[in-house]
Structures are given as structure tokens and as C-alpha cells.
Design a protein around this ligand. Structure first.
Ligand SMILES: Cc1ncc(COP(=O)(O)O)c(C=O)c1O
Length: 357
């Protein structure tokens, strides 16, 4: 008789709960740090023509040479630094953890941070150590250095700016972590377009540092494209476990074309940053609500009765993200993505109604 899932699937996998993406149809969607703006009509028409010419019967260019050159330019990857492309940065995180999963290996991150660092470590069966941030969400450098010394992690993930807290950690503190790390330090710069600070230029000087970027938050989340930059010695090894053709023909063509008109995305990011300032000021005016400083395209805030407020927003057609219950430091915290001015106004009105209900 054929075996059951209980007999075949790893116990630790069966114990996991699947990553839940809530249904957002018909809602004002401010839960996933997407860019709310669409591409200009002329560029969309151009993309349609390009897609029409795509040879979809053929496999994609496995090396994605044109796109890599374009990304190097768009992300200012220094000369001599290699790049690896992933089906979103999630896939790059998976490659990194898989490649370093020697018996007894440890992945280290800060807490709270991006959920995929511990989740992917769990998928791969690698021990994950989370080092708690300070109450103000700053990096607790002494605690982090102690954990690095104790656990000797193969990989350290630092989101810069951090998700879900939105802040940039102190760059000098990160440099101390890089110096102390026995293995790789991966700076996940998914929100760099909204921050204006990066470790990319440091890559040639720091052999154990990698910098990860994505086009998702820039306005191309649907494409699924992430970039990992670093010393060729690391990238060559990681590339061995990249599945062939992991970046589709359509992704390569569309990303290449849109990045050629990169100013469109930069201007949208500038508009989002401006709106972030306005949204922040509006949130600061609401009694009982504390918004936290943000260098990203979202704002974390704490509010009394967060769950009730979250449900109230949902009932009014606005979907944001509740982090209440996910970590001690995130009690009563909600996270809102910066949308268009109109979307943000709908959110603010629904928020005030939910508070007064
Ligand atoms: C810090 C961080 N890194 C990576 C990602 C995922 O990026 P991608 O869409 O490229 O997989 C996210 C998504 O929310 C994120 O917050």
C-alpha cells in the first residue's frame, strides 16, 4: 500500500503553516509594499510589442546576459563584482540557505524582520537564530556581536531598511557585524529606492558581504526578479544550485525594457517618498497612534486595539497588514504600505472611522 503524507513528508514540514496571502480582490491593497503606480501608457504599448515578438517556444537565455548588464547599471553594481539573478529575492534567499546548509550550520537574523529568513531556514532544515532588536527597533549591537560569537553563523541576513519596522540600522554597527562575521553577511536592500543608503559600493572592499536587491518594490512585483551582488568566489558557487531558466523570457524582456526607461520608476519612488511624509504627518495627528520613522515605502504604527482597527479597515475595504501577535516588540502594531494620495486618503478616512466605531 502507498505511504501516507505522515510517512513521507518531513515532520518539521508538516508542522509548518503555509504562508498566508489574504484575498484582496476589490480592496484598497496596502498590505504588500507594492508600488501603487502603473507604468505609463506609452511604455505599456512598447512592452506589448516586445512581448508579441517573444519566442515563447524557446527556453529563456539561461545567463540573462542583457538583463544582467542592465541591472548592473540600474543598481550601480561596482566593477568586478558578480551578480546572480533569482525568481524574486525570495529565491536568492533560498539558494543562499541551501548552499550553506552544512550539518550544524546556523543562519542568523534580527527580530523582528522579514519572515522569509526564518521560514526558508526551516524549509531547508537549518537552525535559525533570531537576535532581538532594541525596543526602538535599532540594532542591538552588543547582543548581535555576542550571538555571532556564540553561534558562528554561516549566514547573517540584515534587511536594510528593515521590514516590518521600516528603519535603517546604524551603518557603523553593521560594519562591526561584517567584521565579526565568520561567514557571509547578506544585506537585503529590497527597499533601497526609498532609503537612499546602500552597502553596494562597499562590495569590492568586503569579501564576505553580499547585497541583495529586487525590482518588486520598485514597481515590478509581478515580474519576480531579484539580484544578488558580491564577490565572484561566492556567486560562482551559489550559481550551481540555481535552477536552469529561473528567470523567464518575459521577465527578462520586460525588465530589460522598463529598466531602460528607469527614470519612470525613480520618479514613482520619489512620489511615494513624498506621500510617505504626508501620510506620516497625518498619522502623527491621530491620538493614541504612534507611527515609527520609515526609510521604506511603508509605515509601521502601534495603536490601541490594533486587531479591532485592522478588522474595521478591512470591513471598509482597506487591506493593510497586522503584525500584532507576531513578535513581542510588535504588540498592537499594524503596517500600511504607502499608496497613491487617493488610496492613502481612503485609508486615513477608514482608519478614523474604525477608531470612532
Ligand atoms: C526585506 C525583504 N526582502 C525581500 C522581499 C521579497 O522580495 P521579492 O519580491 O523580490 O521576493 C521582501 C518582501 O516583502 C522583503 O520585505
Amino acid at each position: 500500500m502507498a505511504k501516507t503524507p505522515e510517512e513521507i513528508i518531513r515532520d518539521d514540514i508538516r508542522a509548518l503553516t503555509a504562508y498566508h496571502v489574504p484575498d484582496s480582490s476589490g480592496m484598497v491593497k496596502l498590505d504588500a509594499m507594492e508600488n501603487p503606480y502603473e507604468l505609463p501608457p506609452a511604455l505599456r504599448t512598447r512592452l506589448a510589442a516586445i512581448i508579441e515578438s517573444a519566442a515563447l517556444n524557446r527556453y529563456p537565455d539561461p545567463g540573462a546576459r542583457r538583463l544582467k548588464a542592465r541591472l548592473r547599471e540600474a543598481f550601480a553594481v561596482p566593477e568586478g563584482v558578480e551578480v546572480l539573478l533569482g525568481n524574486g529575492s525570495d529565491e536568492l534567499i533560498q539558494m543562499l540557505v541551501l548552499a550553506s546548509a552544512r550539518p550544524g550550520a546556523v543562519v542568523l537574523g534580527v527580530e523582528p524582520s522579514f519572515a522569509m529568513f526564518p521560514m526558508i531556514s526551516a524549509f531547508v532544515g537549518v537552525r535559525y537564530v533570531g537576535v532581538e532588536l532594541r525596543d526602538d527597533f535599532a540594532l542591538d549591537i552588543e547582543r548581535t556581536l555576542r550571538a555571532v560569537e556564540e553561534h558562528q553563523p554561516s549566514l547573517i541576513f540584515i534587511a536594510y531598511p528593515n521590514n516590518p519596522t521600516g528603519n535603517l540600522f546604524d551603518a557603523a554597527a553593521i560594519e562591526r557585524v561584517v567584521r565579526a562575521a565568520p561567514g557571509l553577511v547578506v544585506m537585503d536592500e529590497a527597499y533601497q529606492a526609498f532609503a537612499g543608503s546602500s552597502f553596494m559600493a562597499q562590495l569590492p572592499r568586503k569579501g564576505n558581504l553580499l547585497v541583495m536587491r529586487t525590482v518588486s518594490k520598485l514597481g515590478l512585483a509581478g515580474l519576480r526578479l531579484g539580484v544578488l551582488a558580491g564577490d565572484a568566489r561566492w556567486i560562482t558557487e551559489l550559481d550551481k544550485l540555481r535552477l536552469p531558466y529561473n528567470v523567464s523570457t518575459l521577465t527578462q524582456m520586460v525588465a530589460n525594457e522598463v529598466l531602460q526607461h528607469g527614470a519612470v520608476l525613480t520618479e514613482q519612488a520619489a512620489a511615494i517618498k513624498l506621500e510617505r511624509g504626508r501620510l506620516m504627518r497625518k498619522l502623527q495627528e491621530i491620538p493614541g497612534l504612534t507611527p515609527y520613522p520609515s526609510d521604506a515605502n511603508f509605515i509601521l504604527f502601534s495603536i490601541t486595539h490594533a486587531e479591532r482597527v485592522f478588522d474595521g479597515l478591512k470591513q471598509r475595504g482597506v487591506l493593510i497588514k497586522s503584525l500584532h501577535g507576531s513578535h513581542r516588540l510588535l504588540a498592537n502594531c499594524l503596517r500600511v504600505t504607502v499608496g497613491t494620495p487617493q488610496e492613502n486618503d481612503v485609508f486615513l478616512a477608514a482608519l478614523i472611522q474604525s477608531l470612532n466605531a
